[in-house]
Write a protein that binds this ligand. Structure first.
Ligand SMILES: Nc1ncnc2c1ncn2[C@@H]1O[C@H](COP(=O)(O)OP(=O)(O)OP(=O)(O)O)[C@@H](O)[C@H]1O
Ligand SMILES: [Mg+2]
Length: 243
């Protein structure tokens, strides 16, 4: 898969949140978006997810621009797996039902087929024992793993994750990051907004550093971390790696 951002801009309220994002990731494998709070990471991910549309510019996947009409956007979203920071699961449904619901409603699987896929997916991520628990009966790490299992159950073309571990303690964070490493090794393209520089360095093929609505640097993870080109990235890394 190939991903291009072309002259993307987005204004939210009175603020120009994205100011001309230009970058190409080819082949797109595991891309980590890093940068200070408020730099526009979530906004960029929402545009890529088709949850919002840019004011100018375009996003191209395999040289085809993302649509802007709602009907076509819905089709685009159905090809994605999306996981946010927290509160991903429906609280009144079991882990299993959380996974079967979109398979039935969005992907039109019959109930029995959806259940089979959901059980296989839970098993694959060592979550089968929790299939019938509701989210409140799961740890935060288990909830996020179920959310990721749900996102990949439909075999999405692309997985998008926005700080999937930021609400978790360190032990649960590693559980979730291990699962993402497993997915990465299976070769599923993903874009992850992360505060975990360790994960970005270990798992990401490419890293993009956003600051103030622009991608200031992007490239192979190792190059970015060991030889940042901009003062802004040096300052950012100094700050986040200090503790
Ligand atoms: N709906 C909105 N209306 C107005 N401004 C918004 C809206 N959503 C986000 N913003 C502003 O856009 C900027 C970028 O927000 P965004 O959520 O993309 O940042 P971020 O990089 O994901 O930050 P964080 O690391 O804190 O999640 C912020 O200054 C934010 O206040
Ligand atoms: Mg964010």
């Amino acid at each position: 898969m190939k991903l291009n951002f072309q002259a993307l801009s987005k204004q939210l309220g009175s603020q120009l949140v994205l100011r001309g994002i230009d970058a190409e990731f080819s082949p797109l494998q595991c891309l980590a978006l890093i940068g200070p709070s408020g730099s526009g990471k979530s906004t960029l991910l929402r545009l890529l997810a088709g949850l919002d549309t840019p004011d100018t510019g375009a996003i191209l996947i395999d040289d085809r621009p993302l649509p802007t009409r709602e009907r076509a956007l819905r089709k685009h979203r159905a090809r994605l797996g999306i996981v946010f920071q927290a509160y991903n699961l429906f609280p009144h449904l079991s882990a299993l039902e959380n996974i079967t619901l979109p398979l039935e409603r969005v992907h039109r699987f019959r109930k029995s087929a959806a259940e089979q896929i959901a059980l296989e997916t839970l098993e694959r991520f060592q979550l089968a024992a929790h299939a019938h628990k509701k989210p409140a009966a799961l740890s935060g790490g288990q909830q996020q793993r179920v959310a990721i299992a749900r996102a990949v159950a439909c075999k999405p073309d692309l997985l998008l994750l926005d700080e999937p571990t930021s609400a978790l303690d360190p032990e649960m964070t590693s559980e979730v990051l291990d699962l993402l490493l497993q997915l990465r090794s299976e070769g599923r393209p993903m874009v992850i907004v992360t505060h975990s520089m360790g994960f970005a360095r270990k798992a990401a093929d490419a890293v993009a550093f956003l600051a103030d609505g622009q991608i200031l640097e992007h490239g192979p993870a190792e190059a970015l971390f060991s030889a940042p080109k901009t003062q802004a990235l040096r300052d950012f890394l100094d700050k986040v790696l200090r503790y």
